[in-house]
Design a protein around this ligand. Sequence first.
Ligand SMILES: Cc1cc2nc3c(=O)[nH]c(=O)nc-3n(C[C@H](O)[C@H](O)[C@H](O)COP(=O)(O)OP(=O)(O)OC[C@H]3O[C@@H](n4cnc5c(N)ncnc54)[C@H](O)[C@@H]3O)c2cc1C
Length: 466
Amino acid sequence: MDRVDAVVIGGGMAGLIAAWQFTRAGLRPVLLESRGYTGGLVAGSTIAGVSYDIGAEGWAVRIPDTEALAGELGLTVEYPRAAPSWVWFDDGPFAMPVRAILGIPADLGAPDVLTALGVEGARRAAELDSRPVPETLPADLGSLVEQRMGSQVLGRLVAPIAGGIHAADPHLLATEVVSPGLTDAVRRAGSLAGAVALLKGDGPVKPVVASVSGGMFLMPQTLAAQILDAGGRILTRTGARGLSRGGEGWIVNAASTHRGVDPALPPEPDGDPLDLTAPRVVVACSAVTARPLLGQVIDVDGPELTPGAPIAHVNLAIRAPGLDDSPRGNGMLVASGSTGVQAKALTHLSAKWPSLTASCPTGLHLLRISYGRGGQQAQELSVEQAVADAAALTGVSLRADQVVDSQIIHWTGALAPTTPETRSWVQGLHSRIADQQGLGLTGAWASGSGIAALVPHARRTAERLV
Ligand SMILES: Cc1cc2nc3c(=O)[nH]c(=O)nc-3n(C[C@H](O)[C@H](O)[C@H](O)COP(=O)(O)OP(=O)(O)OC[C@H]3O[C@@H](n4cnc5c(N)ncnc54)[C@H](O)[C@@H]3O)c2cc1C
C-alpha cells in the first residue's frame, strides 16, 4: 500500500483546486481521475483550427474567488462583450432586460421590461410585487417569482434564463443556491424588484460572468501542470471504489478504469487495483460516485437525486457574412414550449468572448446550438437541424454548405439541479463529515452552484485538512 500526503478523488475543477491547494502547503497529493483527462466539465477542443471551450465557458463574477485564483495561476481574465441576451418565443424574439438577476427585473417600468411583458403585464407584476412581504417566502425560485411578480414574469423572463443556465425548471431550483442573498434582500427591500435593485447596485451594469482569455479550459490545464511541477501525482483512468479508516488515517482503494457502456457516467474502476493510505482524503467526484464512496464511512441516506438534463451541443464553425453584426448579441435562449425551433439556446461564441473573436479569421463565426431540457429524452442531433435552428434564431439565412467544421458534444446528466431537498441533504453530509478527521467533501454539487461557488469551497476544504 502506497503512503502519500493526501488523496484527492475526482479530477474535475474541484479536485484539481483541492490538490493544487495542498501543494501550496508543501504537500504532495495524489489525484485520482477515472476518465482519461482532467478538468471534468471544463474541457477544450479545436474547431476549424480554433481552440475553444466545449464545456463550461466561464464563471459568475458575484463571488470573487475564481478571478483571484486565475490571477494566482498567472491566467488573464476576460469578460464577454457588452451586449444583451435575447430570448425566443414563437410570437417573436426580444432582448432580455439588462438590469436583472436570473431574468427577474430590478425595475418593472424599464423600457426593456415593457417590451418583454407589455404595458399591462408589467403593471400587473408591479402591483403584485407591491404587496407586503409575508413572513415565510417560498424556498424555490419558481414559486418565489410567481408569488411576487406572477406567472408572466416567471414564464417570459425567468424560466428561459433559469432553463439556460441551470437546465432546470425554476420550481426545482433552491433560490439560496442559484441566487444567494436574494430572499433576505426581498425582506429588506420590501419587494422582489427592490431586492434585485439592491443586489445589483447603482451605476453601469457590470458583466455577470467572466472567463480565462484563450478559454476556460486553460484553468484546469494550468492547475494540473502546477500540481505536477510541485511534486503531486495525477493518475488518470484510475477510479476510487473504496474508502475506509485505517493505515495513515484513511485507505482509498482504487483501480484502473475502462470506458463504460454509458459514456455519460464515470467509467467503472474494475481493472488493476491500487491501494493508497493518507492522513487526508478529499472526495471531489461527481455525486453519483461520491455517494456510495461516502456511504462506506458515514450515513448518506437522503433524497433520490434529480437527474440532469440530456444537454447536448452542436458547435458550428460557419462562414456567414450575415452574422458579422451579431444580430442576437452574444446569443439567445429559447422559451420552453416554443415550436418554431428544436434548440433551447444559441451562443454566438466568437462574438461573445474577445479572445475567441481575435482567434477567428475574418468572416468565420463559432456558434453553439444547445439542446436538451430537464425531463426530456435525449434527441437525435444533426448539423442540418442545427443550421436550420440557427437560421431561425438569428434571422439570418444560413445553409449547411457554409459550415466549415462542426462538433456534436453530449453532456447528458452533467448538470443535476440542486433542489431544496438535495441542498439540505448536502448540508447534512457536510456536518457529518466535519466529525471525520482528515476527510473533506467538495465539488459543484456539494458546494453550491457552478464554478464560482466551488472554487472557494474546494480551497477551504483542502486548507482545513492541511
Ligand atoms: C455544458 C456545460 C456548461 C457549463 N457552463 C458553466 C458555466 O458557464 N459556468 C459555471 O459556473 N458552470 C458551468 N457548468 C458547470 C461546471 O462545469 C461544473 O459545475 C464544474 O465544472 C463541476 O466541477 P466538479 O469538479 O465539481 O465536477 P466534475 O467536473 O463533474 O468532475 C468530477 C470528476 O470526478 C471524476 N470521477 C467520478 N467518479 C470518480 C471516482 N470514483 N474516482 C475518481 N474520479 C472520479 C469524473 O470523471 C469527473 O472528472 C457547465 C457545465 C456543463 C456541462
